[in-house]
Design a protein around this ligand. Structure first.
Ligand SMILES: Cc1cc2nc3c(=O)[nH]c(=O)nc-3n(C[C@H](O)[C@H](O)[C@H](O)COP(=O)(O)OP(=O)(O)OC[C@H]3O[C@@H](n4cnc5c(N)ncnc54)[C@H](O)[C@@H]3O)c2cc1C
Length: 346
């Protein structure tokens, strides 16, 4: 549905390059994805707003892309406008507030498991309920790793558990990412979005229906532009140690040329039903389904971590889809369990 008027209009509006028929495999961590009819990168809220408003006036479908680390985009591509969010504002709002984190929507770990986890990994938290807090507003285009490093330079801690997650802040809010013993939502105070017709709106964290791998944004399809986190003037040395430990552990155990973990872990009930030592879906795929190392075209169920499919060089989205469906069907046949997808097929 190429539209030359739209292309001219958006080009004159943004005064920036608009790519046409752009291969999306260059923008995803899995390295798969067909072409986008148009692709534009936005670096400010105003640019994002003007772009979405114009696309809505021309009835052009929009896909917002952050780090491309949780999507498998079809080999047929995306017939519409892909907006890459590269907004990287960084503002310290108010310092030295008092108080603890948001009450978790769902506790990631119980307090006992959390304490044991720190001890077994020889780590200590960088903050406690007594540590002074600080509100920081950042652009949704920050990559997690770069933002954590920027925060640590400003003596701000808290986000270190998201080290090594290759996504952006916007994608992190959309998915409510989890790292260490935390969810992103534990730290989020408010979120500024642009709705599908170009209006700017603000949500308090409590309005965003955060859950395990879920948020309201998966229903509204609004674009996150700014996020205000409540973080800590905590112990930077401990935070750096935790970030290093966590980041390197993840890289050692997870294939990077992938779209992350494909499925949510098992519920406590499913784990009990199958009498497994862990809720890890990787363990299930390896030890119960016996699919470790299985290939389809250029894609392989990773021997490093069976919940990840890695691109061995020339995988297609169809290869990924076939392997995902094979895992799902085998899980139903062998265990009666319907797995829940974490990765999004577009
Ligand atoms: C090696 C590896 C390790 C990973 N480890 C973890 C982990 O430990 N924990 C975890 O939770 N996840 C993990 N993931 C998954 C992934 O990194 C997260 O889900 C991440 O938050 C996705 O962010 P993204 O910017 O890459 O989103 P994308 O993949 O670009 O997009 C995902 C979805 O978010 C939407 N989106 C992106 N940006 C915005 C925005 N600004 N506004 C609105 N919607 C937006 C997209 O439209 C899409 O629907 C891992 C992935 C990989 C490849």
């Amino acid at each position: 549905m190429f539209n030359q008027d739209f292309l001219n209009h958006i080009h004159s509006l943004l005064l920036t390059t608009v790519k046409v028929n752009e291969p999306l495999k260059h923008y995803t961590t899995s390295g798969v994805g067909g072409e986008a009819t148009y692709l534009v990168s936005v670096t400010t809220l105003d640019q994002a707003q003007a772009t979405i408003k114009l696309a809505s006036e021309y009835h052009i479908p929009v896909l917002v892309l952050g780090g491309g680390s949780n999507v498998i985009i079809s080999d047929a591509g995306f017939d519409g406008l892909v907006i890459r969010c590269l907004i990287t504002d960084f503002r310290i709002e108010t310092e030295e507030q008092n108080g603890s984190l948001n009450t978790p929507v769902i506790p990631r770990f119980s307090q006992t498991v959390k304490n044991d986890w720190y001890v077994s990994n020889k780590l200590q938290p960088s903050f406690s309920d007594q540590t002074p807090t600080v509100l920081v507003t950042v652009g949704a285009g920050w990559k997690n790793t770069a933002l954590i490093q920027k925060c640590l330079k400003e003596n701000i801690t808290g986000l270190e558990w998201f080290m090594g997650i290759p996504g952006s802040v916007g994608g992190g809010v959309y998915m409510n990412i989890h790292g260490g013993s935390y969810f992103y939502s534990d730290f989020i105070q408010r979120v500024t979005v642009i709705d599908t017709v170009g209006n700017v709106k603000q949500y308090a964290s409590s309005d965003l229906a955060f859950g395990y791998d879920s948020s309201l944004l998966q229903k509204t399809h609004e674009m996150v532009v700014l996020v205000t986190f409540r973080l800590y003037y905590g112990d930077v040395v401990l935070a750096q140690k935790n970030a290093h430990y966590w980041g390197t552990t993840k890289v050692a155990h997870q294939p990077q040329k992938s779209a992350g973990c494909l499925f949510q872990n098992l519920t406590a009930q499913q784990q009990q039903q199958l009498n497994l030592p862990t809720p890890s879906v990787g363990y299930l795929i390896d030890h119960v389904l016996g699919l470790k190392g299985k290939t389809c075209g250029g894609a392989r169920i990773s021997p490093k971590h069976c919940a990840f499919i890695e691109n061995m060089g020339d995988a297609t989205a169809a290869d990924y889809k076939n392997l995902v469906e094979l895992i799902e069907q085998t899980a139903v046949t062998k265990t009666g369990i319907a797995l829940t997808r974490e990765v999004e097929f577009i």
